[in-house]
Write a protein that binds this ligand. Sequence first.
Ligand code: MN3
Length: 207
Amino acid sequence: MFTQIELSYEFSALEPHIDTLTMETHYSKHHAAYTKNLNAAMEKASQKDQERDIEFLLKHLDALPEDIRTAVRNNGGGFYNHNLYFGTMAPHGGGTPTGAFASQIARDFGSFDLFKERLSAASIGRFGSGWGWLSVGDDKKLVVSSTPNQDNPLMDGSGHPILGIDVWEHAYYLKYKNLRPDYVKAFWNVVDWKAVASLYEKTLEQL
Ligand code: MN3
């Protein structure tokens, strides 16, 4: 049974960057639906698959029975992606990361500002619905990418996501309408870099 991450902040806490109604709808409706539909699909899976964690399932979608594969891809992706999204935002976020994680960003992208430009461009340039990602590759390097729908870098083995920018219209349309670049710009103000750095460290330990 998969459960949504508990928010450590109020729906209104990310104002003015992410508005209250968007947060409430996004978490209580969209994320809740992905989670419910993932659990419904997994009821038809084998006992063994039901005991797997979500990362394993998304890395091995081809091993799932065909009749639930698409449902797990879409809803399991949605479940995982949003747990990451909501878990790496915080009121009074933003600023810049520190420590070993910050050094790795400078090594792999040249500077923090160049990294921000890369991830912003990947997110803004994603045609239709999808995500922009910062991931740790198997070679321990940081990599920026984007995926359509609720896919993520676990699915094609290109990386282990540690930060995702949701660029589905439901993530920004109520406040920013069609102006995705304005939402992406605002998103940087709510990134919880401590949480992202901690995911980075945890991911390195598991590689
Ligand atoms: Mn979303």
